[in-house]
Design a protein around this ligand. Structure first.
Ligand SMILES: Cc1cc2nc3c(=O)[nH]c(=O)nc-3n(C[C@H](O)[C@H](O)[C@H](O)COP(=O)(O)O)c2cc1C
Ligand code: SF4
Length: 605
């Protein structure tokens, strides 16, 4: 309990947050998110109080808070507007809209207005690429921003109108489903897939899953049955099922649509995984940008509990006990990586773990854990209902079933499309009406850039694998700027744990900015290729190793976009070394000509 003589309302509110989360350190991130709502930021005294109450070192609590971009250790505006900095939204004018809002509110982007009213800034893609430009205001998504809408928003903020009273239309988020197949066309009563799986018995259900040859939809394409079997067979009896709803890859939004409209399928898939592995505990890790979906998801969970589809003796099966808790993320792309996600679930900084051991044997709190993507879990319902063999009849030999694609960019019909695996890029482009397409970025920033001569390639694990992003660029787009945006994204999202990624992504960004400023030379292109090898070979996780992909792809396939930026043939340093030494000169009291690099003996002709 609080023992200070003066107990404020905020102190009492913090105590109730601590109680709500059982004072478990595993829920530190959830407590920090809730505590931030008291003042809009996390004052030092609150960090201290949390640390004391949880018996954790203060530095640990502050370190966690400092890791997540949606947690603030300094005051921010009472209205926090964050523009989604996705390249597609940039193409739609998001930068000009942000500048217009900032100007209307007399605030500099990235800073808080002097009266503390508002801050305007950018954030990584918020998963609204088909209805952008988009932004978050105090965590709520604003879509389809236009000049008029931004002006209206500026006025609402200046008048201090609470966000809850803003026009509903500003917050409209559509599913935008443009093509349905097996999954999106499925009308399933809650519990139907579970009943079908239970009827087969645990072994029978796992045999169907094996027969389906279902592979993970989160990117890596690992066979789902192999993962579930490994978890089931791990010696520790305390198994855990985790749904990865972090969906942070720029240009991806299909999981958002599943969560918004097919949440029962996702939770039922988690329950099917629990039945297969013997798990009693489940978590859905929801990216902070999708926090607006939380009430809806909690309501679906409550409905499932009431229907006997979660809790004790599920669906009348004695001893089948399982429940699901939703944990929120707080703006860190790396937390989509499964081991970083587990760290975050445990209330820590989202730093990827050293593997092995793998989560299936040592996952959440060291327990055997299945981590699956939202779409993968939803697809297991189809397998349970149709049987594995029927599921495997769609798609290709190595990629069975269908794939949801998040289509955005230069096409008249962006949205979510479900295609059988094996569909060609050309067919996808035709379906969404794209014309004069210069390039498609498949798989988001960490994916591949494909040029027209590759448009007959297929979406499939054996050809062009993807977690779902399909970003279209017509022949008017500058592919250098596309790659530069992705490089900025990686430099911003690098968790900083390993030096090759921390330094390499910053250097890559520096080279791209140098080229953009017209100071690049051929040697910089060679340096970029060297960095590619360094990042691929020495990074600790997939973020670092895939960071150079967009640059290398565009360098090979769209080289003129780089060459026309080369201001000079000879090399110009990436940064001003002489300028960087100014402080050293100041400290040593030397600022004579000889203390400048241009006058050093080796610099003389
Ligand atoms: C940097 C990084 C970010 C990732 N982000 C996500 C994500 O947002 N959602 C996801 O399902 N998988 C993501 N993954 C892949 C996960 O690590 C993991 O492979 C996946 O959740 C496994 O589920 P699946 O087998 O159903 O695909 C990411 C991987 C890396 C390296
Ligand atoms: S590669 Fe990058 S994101 Fe991954 S652990 Fe290293 S610093 Fe962190």
């Amino acid at each position: 309990m609080v023992t200070d003589a003066v107990v404020t309302d905020a102190d009492l509110a913090l105590e109730s947050i601590l109680d709500r989360y059982g004072r478990w350190p595993t829920h530190l991130l959830q407590m920090l998110i809730a505590a931030q709502e008291l003042d809009g930021w996390l004052p030092p005294a609150r960090i201290t109080r949390l640390a004391t109450a949880l018996g954790l070192p203060r530095a640990r609590v502050e370190g966690v808070a400092g890791f997540y971009s949606f947690l603030y250790l300094r005051p921010v505006g009472r209205y926090r507007v964050l523009f989604s900095d996705n390249i597609i939204e940039r193409m739609q004018g998001s930068q000009a809209l942000m500048a217009a809002l900032a100007a209307r509110l007399w605030v500099e982007p990235g800073k808080v207005s002097e009266d503390g009213l508002v801050s305007v800034d950018t954030t990584s893609c918020i998963g609204m690429g088909d209805q952008g430009p988009a932004a978050l205001v105090n965590g709520q998504p604003l879509t389809r921003l236009t000049r008029e809408r931004v002006e209206a928003i500026g006025d609402l903020i200046r008048c201090g109108v609470p966000v809850a009273d803003w026009p509903e239309e500003f917050f409209r988020v559509d599913d935008g489903v443009c093509r349905r197949d097996g999954l999106l066309g499925l009308a399933m009563a809650p519990g139907a897939a579970l009943t079908a799986a239970l009827a087969r018995g645990r072994e029978g259900w796992l045999a169907e899953l094996e027969a389906s040859r279902l592979r993970g939809r989160g990117g890596a394409g690992f066979t789902t049955a192999v993962k579930w079997l490994a978890c089931r067979d791990a010696p520790d009896p305390h198994k855990v099922v985790v749904c990865n709803a972090d969906e942070g890859e720029p240009g991806t939004f299909k999981d958002r649509v599943l969560l918004a409209s097919r949440a029962d399928l996702v939770f039922e898939g988690m329950t099917l995984a629990a039945w297969a592995t013997g798990a009693r505990e489940g978590f859905l890790y929801l990216r902070g940008e999708y926090r607006y979906l939380l009430p809806h998801l909690e309501a679906v969970l409550a409905g499932r509990r009431a229907a006997g589809l979660l809790g004790a003796d599920i669906a009348g099966q004695a001893g089948f006990d399982f429940d699901i808790e939703i944990h929120l993320g707080a703006g860190a792309y790396v937390c989509g990586e499964e081991s970083a996600l587990l760290e975050s679930l445990e209330g820590k900084r989202g730093t990827p773990r050293i593997r092995p051991p793998f989560p299936v044997t040592h996952g959440y709190l060291g327990r055997p854990t299945v981590v699956n993507n939202v779409e993968t879990l939803a697809k297991t319902c189809l397998v349970a209902l149709q049987g594995g063999a029927a599921f495997a009849r769609t798609g290709t030999a190595q990629s069975t079933g269908t794939k949801l694609l998040s289509i955005s960019g230069d096409c008249p019909r962006p949205g979510v499309y479900e295609f059988p695996f094996g569909v060609t890029l050309r067919q996808v482009l035709e379906a969404c009406g794209a014309e004069r397409t210069q390039a498609v970025q498949v798989g988001g920033a960490s994916g591949v850039t494909l040029a027209p001569y590759e448009f007959d390639r297929r979406i499939a694990f054996e050809d062009v694998p993807t977690a779902g992003a399909f970003m279209i660029f017509d022949d008017q787009r500058d592919m250098f700027e596309v790659a530069r945006n992705f490089v900025h994204f990686f430099a911003h999202e690098s968790c900083g744990f390993c030096t090759p990624c921390r330094v390499g992504t910053a250097l890559l960004k520096g080279y791209m900015d140098k080229l953009a400023d017209g100071h690049g030379a051929y040697r910089d292109l060679a340096e970029i290729e060297w960095l590619d090898r360094l990042l691929k070979n020495a990074s600790h996780c997939g973020l670092g190793s895939s960071a150079p992909n967009p640059v290398i792809d565009t360098l090979v396939k769209f080289r003129p976009a780089y060459e026309r930026r080369l201001g000079r043939a000879d090399f110009e340093p990436a940064f001003d070394l002489d300028g960087a030494l100014a402080r050293a000169r100041q400290m040593t009291g030397r600022d004579d000509a000889g203390a400048h690099l241009s006058n050093a003996p080796e610099a003389q002709p």
